[in-house]
Design a protein around this ligand. Structure first.
Ligand code: T3D
Length: 258
């Protein structure tokens, strides 16, 4: 049997594919475990400088596999604490860019896992659904944090309460995602973007990620101080020296990621 998460290592980057297509790649325990393992491996591998996350088949991810909840669960908070929260923290905390190629429907935690990635591309036929309210749940996986910040409180509240689908085009227009592309172009575009990121100053990109993550809760003064501190670190990297030299010599930079 194929793994529930496919890991395809490329030169400098990796593709992670959620692979339970008959269940629209909804999360079960096995998929959670394998995804966590694959993200930890990407984090530990200096040769891996970017990650592409996508789904197999016609969907990206339909959130929690509800057939695993048929008998009820005593404490759903425990599943959030041990599975979904660590996943979002892994994605946000990974010190390399994570591109998400949303190849089809992204529902429930599947939508919010996509939104936790750094750059989200979506196929024109894809849609995002905060499906939680339909089954009496609350948006999780960071949805109540990311959504209001991405699209504003009014839209976030209505989506959370109505659970209406948002098309990829609407998601792009609202600033929920980076870009919508034609279905056939999604994979090549996402691969091109990830491969490009893998050649960029990885340490600097990690600092950008840190700054962006922090800006969601910092005031301006705190953020200015953080930018100073991060710039100090960025300015001490070999890739900064290389970037300046390449610019001055009018040649392409050769970043090593350090
Ligand atoms: O429990 C905890 O740990 C707490 C954490 C919760 C996090 C969450 O994500 S809660 C939200 C869970 N997800 C949902 O409520 C979404 C459920 N799915 C849907 O609403 C629809 O499937 C979609 C809108 C996503 C797609 O609709 P459609 O018409 O394109 O496809 P479909 O026919 O509904 O689904 C195709 C198959 O996938 C179908 O199986 P079948 O009939 O062919 O054997 C369907 O049952 C299965 N499937 C889709 N989503 C799930 C699922 N099976 C189990 N769990 C799912 N979430």
């Amino acid at each position: 049997m194929e793994s529930s998460v496919l890991v395809d290592r490329r030169e400098g980057w990796v593709v992670l594919t959620l692979n339970r297509p008959d269940r629209l790649n909804s999360f079960n325990e096995d998929m959670h475990g394998r995804l966590a393992e694959a993200l930890d491996a990407a984090a530990a591998d200096d040769g891996c400088r970017a990650v592409l996350l996508t789904g197999a088949g016609r969907g990206f991810c339909a959130g929690q596999d509800l057939s695993d909840r048929a008998g009820g669960v005593a404490d759903l908070g425990a599943a959030i604490e041990t599975r979904y929260n660590p996943l979002v923290r892994r994605l946000r905390g990974l010190r390399k860019p994570v591109v998400c190629a949303v190849n089809g429907v992204a529902a429930g935690a599947g939508a919010n896992v996509a939104l936790a990635c750094d750059i989200v591309l979506a196929a024109r036929s894809a849609k995002f659904i905060q499906a939680f309210a339909k089954i009496g749940l609350v948006p999780d996986s960071g949805g109540t944090f990311t959504l209001p910040r991405l699209i504003g409180d009014a839209r976030a509240r209505a989506l959370a309460m109505l659970a209406e689908p948002v098309t990829a085009e609407q998601a792009e227009a609202w600033g929920m995602i980076w870009k919508v592309v034609d279905d056939a172009a999604l994979r090549p575009e996402a691969e091109k973007l990830t491969a490009h990121l893998a050649t960029q100053p990885t340490a600097g990109l990690a600092l950008i990620k840190e700054a962006m993550n922090a800006s969601a809760h910092n005031d301006l003064d705190t953020q200015l101080d953080l930018e100073r501190d991060l710039q100090r670190k960025a300015g001490a990297t070999p890739d900064y020296a290389e970037g300046v030299q390449a610019f001055l010599k009018k040649r392409a930079p050769r970043f090593t990621g350090r």
